[in-house]
Ligand binder design. Structure first.
Ligand code: NAP
Ligand code: 12T
Length: 337
């Protein structure tokens, strides 16, 4: 089988490390792996297929001979280096917010809109973590009953922000248990034993950028500007695994039983829905898994055609690294690379 030269930009970070793990788990056809990061990581190594590989600095010349570049080092790095990688013949799968709403750039969740991959011009964008896990569940419902409106509240883990934020939650938890009063460094307020209705920056609408990402990206991925979406995005003191309470209004009536049966057959979805027996998705149980989990599926009796659901996924996997590698796998399977 053909092998590919794969660069991972941000290889020392929370998402980059997960990418390297998943490439191995799935036996992706890697000929050469090139871990890239900032100059701060000079001398660091990563393990790949039993070999110790030195991390190199992400500079334009590093992309010479690279077939696939998986970017996860923030928006500025993507804006600077993704065009350099494309110029040198690589296909870029970008995890940042840099290109997601660019009309020329496909924004892809393989269970929802894999066909959009075909129109790429070098860069394919990976959506925001909270959007990805939601649309995997919305798509089969939309196909059957046409979604009019979505109201979502998120409960997002600190791993979505990166390794510094994971350390901050652990440190603050220890400090509070020992009678201290920690101050926020990564976040504007302490996150331990707290809940922050604040993810990314606010604009003058009163919404956060994270909320706007969920609204705009959902329409683009689903290919339907008529779906109304509103969101409240919230950080909770969970290490890994984003949860979402999602209310959906449809044109056609769906009972909870029908929704459960549609979702049980949907790609990338696992139904965990038996609340009487304490079965519902939890971040602690889905962390480390690639699928999106849904439970608490029930009718919204306040309107004629409404459903409530609880959707949980590993934000570093389906929300970032796994989704990106699924896109790469699709390209390999369809001879697009
Ligand atoms: P992280 O744990 O803080 O890691 C950041 C990574 O970026 C590190 O490898 C870091 O390298 C590298 N980096 C930072 N500045 C750089 C520079 N100037 N040049 C080269 N490399 C640089 O963060 P993370 O959670 O992995 O997230 C990284 C990015 O991925 C985020 O900023 C975001 O854009 C994206 N992301 C997307 C999603 C999604 O929703 N799909 C989810 C999470 C993250 P050093 O170790 O050398 O500093
Ligand atoms: N601020 O990919 O902090 O746009 O959890 C992902 C995660 C931005 C993004 C987070 C963020 C993104 C976070």
């Amino acid at each position: 089988m053909k092998g590919y030269n794969v660069a991972v930009v941000g290889a020392t970070g929370a998402v980059g490390q997960t990418m390297i793990k998943i490439l191995q788990e799935r036996s992706f056809p890697v000929k050469k792996i090139l871990p890239l990061a900032s100059a701060r990581s000079n001398g660091h190594t990563v393990d790949f297929m039993g070999e110790r590989i030195t991390v190199e600095e992400a500079v334009p010349a590093a992309f010479e001979g690279i077939d696939i570049a998986l970017f996860s080092a923030g928006q500025d790095v993507s804006l600077n280096l993704a065009p350099e990688a494309v110029k040198r013949g690589a296909v870029v799968i970008d995890n940042s917010n840099a290109f997601r709403m660019d009309a020329k750039v496909p924004l892809v969740v393989p269970e929802v809109n894999p066909q959009d991959i075909h129109r790429h011009r070098g860069i394919i964008a990976n959506p925001n973590c909270s959007t990805i896990q939601m649309v995997v569940v919305l798509k089969p419902i939309h196909d059957r009953a046409r979604i009019k409106r979505v109201v979502v509240s998120t409960y997002q883990a600190v791993s979505g922000t990166g390794l510094d934020a994971i350390e901050e939650l652990k440190l603050q938890t220890a400090q509070l248990l020992n009678g201290g009063s920690p101050e926020g460094r990564v976040y504007p307020h302490p996150i331990a034993f707290n809940v922050l209705p604040h993810i990314d920056l606010f604009d003058d609408t009163g919404y956060s950028k994270e909320e706007w990402k969920m609204i705009r990206e959902t329409k683009k991925i689903m290919g339907d500007e008529n779906i109304k979406v509103t969101a409240t995005t919230v950080r909770v003191p969970v290490i890994n695994g984003h949860s979402e309470a999602v209310n959906v209004e449809t044109v056609e009536k769906l009972t909870a039983e029908e929704a459960r049966s549609i979702l049980a057959k949907a790609p990338g979805v696992k139904v965990a829905d038996d609340p009487q027996n304490k079965v519902y998705p939890l971040p602690a149980s889905v962390s480390g898994k690639n699928d999106v989990f849904v439970g608490r599926i029930r009718e919204d009796f306040s309107i004629p055609c409404g459903l409530n659901m609880w959707i949980v996924a590993d934000n570093l996997r389906k929300g970032a690294a796994y989704n990106a590698i699924q896109i790469a796998e699709y390209m390999v399977q369809n001879s697009l690379i």
